[in-house]
Design a protein around this ligand. Structure first.
Ligand code: MN3
Length: 196
């Protein structure tokens, strides 16, 4: 049985960028519901006892498994998102900063491009910084789609752009939410560890 993973910080620790109210609904209700649904949908199938990543890899693109894929993918996406955030303003490790500058022109060019791309995603989805074939890229995914367990892209950081992620704090202004996360909350130590 899958369980809601523990956060590395308190529900109020990301305020004012993400309020305790947002976190209590987003983590405590939305993420918890994906866990509950993944457990229900996997029970009694060939996927019972598999990890969430194995379920994502095994159901991706299978029209008969859409509901299980969506819920399992949202479980891994949210766990990755919470780990992408920290209330402690961490310096970006030099090797990662240099890699970003090499692949995007400059750190500032990267953040500008990320905010623009994440803001422009039509409808619900996610925006990711990934490593693919040795190069950093910004990747958008719709709804529950994910680079996690893709075998081709290694995610370093992400932002959830579903309206439930920001509507209580920013209403319709998604760009301000993305900027707040990129400028204040991203966990660069987590990103560097993912880069390996
Ligand atoms: Mn969400």
């Amino acid at each position: 049985m899958f369980e809601l993973p523990k956060l590395n910080y308190e529900l109020n620790a990301l305020a004012p960028h993400m309020s305790e109210k947002t976190m209590s609904f987003h983590y405590g209700k939305h993420h918890a519901t994906y866990i509950k649904n993944a457990n229900t949908l996997a029970a009694g199938t060939a996927f019972e006892g598999k990890s969430l990543e194995e379920i994502v890899a095994g159901t991706r693109g299978d029209a008969a498994q859409t509901a299980l894929f969506n819920n399992a993918a949202q479980c891994v996406n949210h766990a990755f998102f919470w780990n992408s955030l920290t209330p402690r303003r961490a310096e970006i490790p030099t090797a990662l900063r240099d890699k970003i500058a090499a692949d995007f022109g400059s750190f500032e060019a990267f953040t500008e491009q990320f905010v623009k791309q994440a803001t422009g995603i039509f409808g619900s989805g996610w925006c990711w910084l990934v490593l693919e074939n040795g190069k950093l890229k910004i990747v958008s995914t719709s709804n529950a789609q994910t680079p996690i367990a893709s075998g081709t892209q290694t995610p370093l950081l992400c932002v959830d752009v579903w309206e439930h992620a920001y509507y209580l704090d920013y209403q319709n202004v998604r760009a301000d939410f993305i900027k707040a996360v990129v400028d204040n909350l991203w966990n660069w130590e987590f990103a560097a560890a993912n880069m390996g």
